[in-house]
Design a protein around this ligand. Structure first.
Ligand code: GLN
Length: 195
């Protein structure tokens, strides 16, 4: 199994380190030709959604990545990665891949006091650490999008088919369970494809 990490901007190294701890090889997606490599899943890291959205377009990766996701490539978006996958961002006119039936709010906890740590339940896992950094939250999950976690009644993790998003940064804590959860999605997808 090999997981691609979009490595244009933001906290991609932390995801690679997490994958290494889990014994899974990773590859960085930095330019269009990297998309031709073979990989079983994709991580879109936290950072700045506007910058990542601009760079994927400028580098000609927007359409091919969107197509891969629409064709069922397992994808895990954290924080800015969540915003890249959302069909709608309430306080931003832009949207990006727009492959997930969620409505998100950017910098939803305010810009100054926007960073905090908490612990909350995650479906099928239990209580886990959650680090939020100028994070979005989700105001609506529709279609077959399943809510996996909420903090103070705000949705912070959703799964929809091959797509998983968290408003927090599981790669910044020691806890490996959310990455494991994603790797299980990837394994199931590989099994379905008889890889
Ligand atoms: N505030 C960032 C954005 O709107 C997301 C922050 C993060 O990824 N830690 O893109």
């Amino acid at each position: 199994m090999r997981i691609a990490v979009l490595a244009l901007q933001g906290a991609f190294i932390e995801h690679e380190q997490m994958l290494e701890r889990l014994g899974v090889s990773s590859l960085e997606i930095r330019q269009k030709r990297d998309l031709e490599s073979s990989y079983d899943g994709l991580i879109i890291p936290g950072g700045e959604s506007t910058v990542q959205g601009k760079l994927v377009r400028e580098l000609g990766m927007f359409e091919p990545l969107k197509e891969q996701i629409e064709q069922g490539m397992p994808v895990f978006g954290t924080c800015a990665g969540l915003l890249l996958l959302a069909k709608e961002i309430e306080n931003d006119d832009r949207c990006h891949f727009a492959t997930m039936d969620i409505v998100a709010v950017r910098n939803a906890y305010g810009r100054q006091l926007g960073s905090f740590y908490t612990e909350a339940d995650f479906a099928n896992i239990g209580k886990i650490p959650m680090t939020f950094i100028r994070a979005p939250y989700i105001t609506k999950a529709s279609g077959n999008a399943e809510v996996l976690a909420a903090v103070d009644e705000k949705i912070v993790a959703v799964k929809q088919g091959n797509q998983l998003v968290t408003a927090f940064h599981p790669e910044l804590n020691d806890n490996i369970s959310v990455h494991n959860y994603f790797l299980q999605m990837v394994e199931e997808n590989n099994r379905r494809d008889n890889k």
